[in-house]
Design a protein around this ligand. Structure first.
Ligand code: GLU
Length: 489
């Protein structure tokens, strides 16, 4: 019963993860490219949960996945928890559908029952491994007489259903990234379609669902390329039109090995926990295998939708370069509106920083903005906006605190007490005047002042910082530093 899927010109794509417990950054890229492609073509983006491997089920994995997708701003149109015309979107809830399709393949001789025990298969696998060949089932059960098959089924002997892969046939398909792909079936095993527990394998469920859910384009990682000929054969057996395929390049560590946990984080939630912004991570993974055709690198969501095209996806493996991610994080973070940074800052401050006005926090943010790489840097680098320093950078003391620093700061303090307007411009004038009257350079006054009021040797422009902190705080801090540091230098 051939069904003409192409009568539906709509773009329908899916992200079809197996719920392994977390969203892998490679999965995020696959989801993103699918989502961008759907949005660009005003199509539909589907989330389908491929949970037919019962041995790998992880509690809470689906929720976690959905949460990570939501955090990344990848909202799906059809999928778990959302209505859609082709549900359910969780494969373990669709077993009857796969069973029916497997029966069809049995009836049309494109599949057969296999009663081989796992022990037998294991022994076979081991002996084949020794001869360094890839495993191929020896088709013992393909030759079983029908009467024997019926008897075994009646006796309740467990079995799997295997697809019949034709010998030495070239399966060709067009891949939107890799163009024409041809693979000979010589090395393709008679793939199990239904396992002895009644669950389908990935191949069976994936093909059936892609067809029934009217998927127009299958966009997925390159690791699935070698499975595609099996899928193409299944489409043929069912008399279905296959979707278009696009296999995305592998993600590599900087040493060009396959991206692995051993060399860094691979879970989206780990990046989130470290303070990476979802915009930055999304921007970063967008560039893992795709480029806009020029040297632009910073993209927001709508820019990506506008620019994305499958034609610009490369074949070559994409290197996961953490420095680039860090840079993108800085760019996105520093471009955030003050109000958003302020909210984060309040979350980090004890009691939400009740003692500080919005205005004060905005000033602090203005001075810190160009220095932060992660939201938590607002507090890490700018702690002195919120509390008096209790220690002073020893290296700063060694380099900047001279024998006369205490006396010079005392002179500055008495001037600060009387100056009318405690502003950045006013302070700059005072510093210049006092420096010249003492016969020292401006920096000989600036550095110890900074050390005294922030405890640190570096930071934003001193006069602006002093204005934001305010006269009382500045004077209190300098006095305390004088008490602690007098005699040093
Ligand atoms: N369930 C497969 C995975 O975990 C889906 C592969 C595909 O998109 O066909 O990646």
């Amino acid at each position: 019963m051939p069904e003409d899927r192409l009568s539906n010109p709509e773009v329908r794509v899916r992200f079809a993860p197996s719920p392994t417990g977390y969203l892998h950054v490679g999965g995020l890229r696959t989801a993103l490219y699918n989502c961008l492609f759907a949005r660009k073509h005003h199509g539909v983006f589907i989330l389908r949960i491929e949970d037919t491997d019962r041995t790998r089920l992880v509690e809470g994995a689906v929720e976690n996945l959905i949460q990570s997708l939501r955090w990344a701003g990848l909202d799906y149109d059809e999928g778990p928890g959302k209505d859609g015309p082709y549900g359910p979107y969780v494969q373990s809830q669709r077993l009857a559908i796969y069973r029916e399709r497997a029966d069809y393949l049995l009836q049309t001789d494109h599949a057969y029952r296999c009663f081989c025990t796992s022990e037998r298969l294991e022994a076979m696998r081991k002996s084949i491994e020794k001869s360094k060949q890839s495993f191929k089932y020896d088709r013992t059960c393909l030759g079983l007489p029908e009467s024997e098959v019926v008897k075994k089924v009646q006796d309740g002997v467990p079995y799997t259903i295997r697809m019949r892969v034709p010998d030495h046939t070239t399966v060709a398909f067009c891949d939107l990234v890799r163009q024409d792909v041809e693979i000979n079936t010589a090395n393709i095993d008679d793939q199990i379609l239904i396992k002895s527990d009644g669950y389908p394998t990935y191949h069976m469920a994936n093909v059936v669902d892609d067809h029934l859910m009217q998927i127009s384009h299958v966009i997925r990682g390159e690791e699935w390329l070698s499975s595609t000929p099996k899928h193409v054969l299944l489409y043929r057996y069912f008399g279905w039109q296959p979707p278009a395929f696009a296999h995305l390049p592998l993600l590599l560590n900087p040493d060009r090995s396959k991206l692995s946990k051993r060399q860094g984080d691979v879970a989206v939630e780990d990046y989130r926990a470290k303070g990476y912004l979802s915009e930055a991570l999304v921007n970063f993974v967008a560039l893992l295998g795709w480029n806009p055709g020029d040297d632009r690198e910073i993209f927001d969501r709508s820019g990506l939708v506008q620019e994305f095209s499958i034609e610009r996806v490369n074949k070559a493996g994409a290197i996961f370069n953490l420095e680039k991610l860090n840079w993108l994080n800085e760019q996105h973070l520093r471009a955030k509106p003050s109000g958003e940074l302020r909210e984060w800052l309040r979350e980090m401050l004890p009691d939400s920083g009740a003692a500080f006005s919005d205005d004060y926090l905005d000033h602090a943010i203005r001075l810190l903005r160009e220095r932060i790489s992660f939201p938590q840097d607002l507090l890490r680098l700018g702690s002195y906006f919120f509390q008096d320093p209790t220690t002073y950078d020893p290296e700063g003391i060694r380099k900047r605190w001279k024998e006369d620093s205490a006396a010079w700061l005392a002179t500055l303090v008495s001037k600060m007490e009387t100056v009318e307007a405690f502003t950045s411009e006013g302070l700059e004038v005072i510093y210049k005047e006092i420096a010249s009257s003492l016969g020292v350079s401006n920096s000989e006054l600036i550095h110890p002042t900074r050390l005294a009021i922030s405890g640190l040797a570096g930071g934003p422009g001193l006069f602006e910082l002093m204005e934001v902190l305010g006269r009382d705080t500045v004077i209190r801090r300098i006095r305390r530093a004088l008490a602690v540091l007098s005699g040093v230098g």
